[in-house]
Every structure is written in C-alpha cells, then in structure tokens.
Design a protein around this ligand. Sequence first.
Ligand SMILES: [Zn+2]
Length: 374
Amino acid sequence: MSRRLATVLSVLAVLLAGCTPASAAPARAAVVGTVTLVDNGPAANRITLVLIGDGYTAGDLPRFRAQAAATWRALSSVEPFRTYAPFFDVRRVDLVSPESGLGPDSPLGMHFGCGGTPRLLCADEAAVSHYVGPAVGPEYVIALADSTAYGGAGGSGVTTLSAGAKDAGSIIQHEMGHTVGGLGDEYDAAPGGQSDFPNLSTQDASAMTSAHAKWWRWLGAADPSGGVVGAYRSANGLYRPTQNSIMRRLGGVYNLPCREAVIEALYRRLNSIDAAAPAPRAGPVAPGRTLTVTPLPLAGGRRLTVRWTVGGRPAPSAALRDDGLGLDTGALGLGPHCRAFVRATVVDRTDWVRDERFRQARMRASAVWLVGSF
Ligand SMILES: [Zn+2]
C-alpha cells in the first residue's frame, strides 16, 4: 500500500469514526477533532485544560470522550476546584491511535513504570505538545491512557491518568494538586528528603511559627478534612498539615494549606478583572456614561468583591448599578469643568487564603477612569 493510499484510507476511517471497525483504524495517529467541552470565558484570562488520549482507536473514541468528560467532572467536584471551576476552559483533542491500548506505537508514548515506579504513568512530552498544538493562554495538559491499570502522574509538565482505572476520578483530583498547586505527597511512603513543597515541612509547629514558614498562618484552624491544622509527622520524617488529606489518601479533600496553594497558583496566571467598559485607557469619559467592570466568575453563588471609589473616597451608593458591577457617572453630581478619577477594585476575599500580602498583590486588580466634562 502506498503512503498516499494509506493517508486516503486513514482520512476515510476518520470520517467514518464511530462506525468503523477497529481493524480499519488508520495506520498513523491523527487528530480528528478538537472540541471545546467547557467555555467559561476568553482563553487569554482562563486556564485551558486540554484533554488528549493515547491508545484510543477511532472505534474507542466514544470511550475516550466519556472518560474526558468524567475527568473534568471529577476535578471540578472537589474544592477548591469546584468554586474556581469558572477559571477554566476545557478543550478535548480527539487523537486516533493506530492500536487499542498502550504499546510501542502509542502516539503519545505513554507507559507505566517510568522512574522505576510501577504505577507511575509517563508520556512523551514532545509528542503530546505536537498533537496538542500551541497554547493560546495559560494551559495544563492531561493525557489519558486507555488502560484500566491503576496509575497517573502530576507535577510540572503533562499530567497523566489511567482513564479506565476504577479510581480514575480520585487519582486526577490528587494529581492536579501536584500540577496546579505544586503540592507534595503527604503519605508515609513518599520520599523523605523532599520538603520543597508548600504542604511539607522539616519543621514542627513551633519552629514554623517562629520562622513564619510554610502553613504557619493555618496552625490551629479547623480543617475541612476533619481535625485541626497542625504539623503531623509522617513515617518519612516530614511534617504535613493534617492527619488526612487528598495528598495523603485518594478520595480525601484538600486541606486548608493545600487549598490556599492551589488558589494562589490560579491567581499567578489570571487577572481578577475580565473586562472593563469603556476601555479605561481609551481616554476621559463624559459624565452620564455608565462604567462597568466584569470580574472573573466563581461558582456556587460566590463573587469577587467590587469596590468603587471616586477621587479616592467610596462612591455614593446611589451611583451604583447592575448589582454593584456598574457605576452611573451621571449620578456623581460632577459640576461643569469638574473631573474625578473613578476606580473599580476587584478582589477575592476568600477565607481560604490567609496570606494577605499575596491577596493584595495578586488577587486584586483595578480599573481607573478619568470622568468629567472637558
Ligand atoms: Zn502524588
């Protein structure tokens, strides 16, 4: 068979995806579609989660699609990802593999046992980048393997998941803690020397408090995992914030220091303000116009706080519109030849963050307009 004929056949197989027998799968891997699963806003101010699969033939694609949807469902059902789910867009890349399951020809090179750890699942990062294509904004890639064995991996680079594993949903909740929050494993068997994580420490509670180190602000707080935040010593000699957590045991919840680390990671990549109108840099605004600000959205009925000031003082409440998202400059009572700076400040006041310096620096943004007649 000529290469040209093979290409034609593979294109045909792609077109017939879903009703093509597995034996007629394309000889070469090919991306047959890219689908936006979740559109929560402009890619430039969202984190795009890209889901791509390895070891799925055209006939296997329905399974991949179901597993990709389940992966996002699992991640967005655990806090803080649940509340911050609107910070994400989700894109699915339908990659057709020549053969079912992982093998030497798997296009993403996914394999178990990398680094000598049987359940660690790795991917060829260059191959993943090739099929995923360039990123539009901040992005995380999750590579799903068509396998039922237990496994996954998180951290810098591509996150992996054995998508057919019984605990796949719990695994991805844990692995994305590594990837997004830069969190370490809290279980006893984790390597002992690695304390360079926000949720692992070589110091006990009193040493952390005097050094203002790691999760010292949380010590003594009631934690959603049950119990109180402290410094619990693991068998590997490192201290962890709580008795149990999602970074220690599958199916758990993120403890408070881990939630803070994840939320801070999101704000390092996004701006609290999605849009402001009219464009603040477009020049002075004539009185009578309404100024509006669009904060990043949150789930669960929560909203970022918007505060308006005029000339540095709180704006009169009579001028506020759209449930506080707008300000009617006509209601400011500016006289002729009178000008004022109007500022909208958007801030995330979540009590899952206790680092106030970080909140002021990264979880807050302002839009400023010069209003008046000229
Ligand atoms: Zn882990």
